[in-house]
Design a protein. Structure first.
Length: 204
């Protein structure tokens, strides 16, 4: 049987990375299978390094160009992810194509244009959307250092995320303690049904 494939989405500083680490530990323990974490953007690849420069040091790229790089950065890791799942190992994703679509759409580009480059990516068994108000997120450590960490922009992203999440995600309140959020996530993950074949992403 193939491994579990779980994505965690949310706003900047909603606690995704903290919860992904906890979920990896939880799945390793409860399923007895190896569990791997992939974080998007993956800043370690050559494309990821350009993305990192764009996010952190004001390198100029058109909205279209950076969007396609974010998508290509997912495609460049996807064969590795599929191979692990087929071996029966679990994969947790820290952001995936929903982030890709809503952050660019929040800049004013069309939903369909934003979706096209990610069509065909494998769909997770479950996507959890961590919700926290942009005001609460902005109180958390090191906020405001990266390009998109501005409250007005985050509010546009949040509105789009909430709309998309109704059909594509299970929403988890992430304003509680780390422990409370982790317990809520673990409960959601226990109910997941795993089909044999991975669906291909065909739109939100
Ligand atoms: N982006 C990304 C796109 O535009 N298109 C794309 O296709 C993709 C994939 C960087 C940016 O790129 C954009 C979105 C982003 O703007 P990123 O590297 O994932 O993406 O950056 P962030 O989302 O900002 O990731 P962060 O690591 O900054 O935030 P996390 O992972 O949500 O939060 P985390 O766990 O690191 O926690 C942040 C702080 O809060 C504390 C932690 O200790 C930490 O200090 N914290 C809590 N505090 C109180 N209560 C809790 N429950 C807490 N949980 C964590
Ligand atoms: Na950030």
């Amino acid at each position: 049987m193939r491994g579990r494939f779980i994505a965690i989405e949310g706003l900047d500083r909603s606690g995704k990375s903290t919860q992904c680490d906890r979920l990896v530990a939880h799945l390793t323990e409860t399923t007895g299978n190896k569990t791997h974490l992939f974080k998007f953007p993956d800043r370690s690849t050559p494309m990821g390094q350009i993305i990192n420069q764009y996010l952190t040091s004001g390198v100029a790229l058109s909205d279209q160009a950076i969007h396609l790089l974010f998508s290509a950065n997912r495609w460049e890791r996807i064969e590795d992810i599929k191979a692990l799942l087929e071996k029966g190992e679990n994969v947790v994703l820290d952001r995936y194509y929903i982030s890709g679509i809503v952050y660019t759409q929040a800049k004013g580009l069309e939903r369909q244009w934003c979706t096209n480059p990610d069509l065909g990516l494998p769909v997770p068994d479950i996507t959890l959307f961590l919700t926290v108000s942009p005001e609460v997120a902005s109180q958390r450590g090191a906020y405001g250092e990266e390009r998109y960490e501005k409250i007005a922009f985050q509010k546009r992203v949040a509105a789009l995320f909430h709309e998309v999440a109704q059909r594509n995600c299970i929403t988890v309140d992430a304003s509680g303690t780390e422990e409370e959020v982790a317990n809520a996530i673990n409960q959601c993950v226990e109910t997941v049904q795993i089909g044999e074949a991975l669906d291909k992403f065909s739109g939100l």
